[in-house]
Design a protein around this ligand. Sequence first.
Ligand SMILES: CC(C)(COP(=O)(O)OP(=O)(O)OC[C@H]1O[C@@H](n2cnc3c(N)ncnc32)[C@H](O)[C@@H]1OP(=O)(O)O)[C@@H](O)C(=O)NCCC(=O)NCCS
Length: 239
Amino acid sequence: MPDGAAHVEDGPLRRLLDDQRLVVRESFEHGEEHGLTAAERVLVSRAVPTRRREFAAGRRAARAALLELGAPATSILSGPRGEPAWPASVVGSITHCVGYVGVTVARRGDVRAVGIDAEPDLRLPDGVLETIASPAERSMVVALSADGRAVAWDRLVFCVKEVVFKIWYPLALSWLDFGDAEVVVDPDRGTFRASLLRPSHELAALCLPAVLRGRWSRERGVLVAAAWIEARARSGEAA
Ligand SMILES: CC(C)(COP(=O)(O)OP(=O)(O)OC[C@H]1O[C@@H](n2cnc3c(N)ncnc32)[C@H](O)[C@@H]1OP(=O)(O)O)[C@@H](O)C(=O)NCCC(=O)NCCS
């Protein structure tokens, strides 16, 4: 994917983020490690090859997306907690997992925040669901698993929580625990709700709605979830 040679035009993320104000680049391949700027190469100089390849795939896709948006496509460095350092006028999100890379960017004037996440459609390792999910979320996973659809519902709950974190962190610049969001998945509509269980004054200060609404899908063995907030969303509303 030099600037997106293997870019999928009509991929899962494009369908989830069904608004042209959000530019999307996605691919089901990471490709070789190339296309990084010198400053970006420094960020992964000590990383293992698979990490360098996924990082490079993300940065190439991000640069292609920035170009398409008409934004400066210079080095995209990382902030103190790993968040991509977008140009000031841009918001965006990056995700990669084995066999997938996705990026979205938008103008800050259009989109207040966006989060995307991709995970393999495979059950979480034993014991992980208990650490990331509430009793209600675990009951939901049990109920969804009983209906016979072969989706790794536990992994999807994790995936949605990563989406929430990627929205939260760039706005709050503070940690969000797995217990700080309660996820409800709609298996038929391909949607989800994530209630932010933080004090209302904190959410108001961040202009964040109490409930984030988003969409998810599964394609080629990859779960993808995404949510975004309009720049001009009224309090309590997310896209
Ligand atoms: C940071 C985190 C969300 C990344 O998710 P992941 O599923 O492990 O990996 P992904 O490939 O999907 O995403 C990695 C990308 O996320 C982005 N990212 C990393 N830290 C970030 C942050 N603090 N804020 C926003 N985006 C971040 C980066 O672009 C990163 O890719 P890069 O290093 O190549 O630039 C995850 O590792 C993490 O720390 N989670 C714990 C916090 C959490 O989820 N709390 C639950 C809230 S309900």
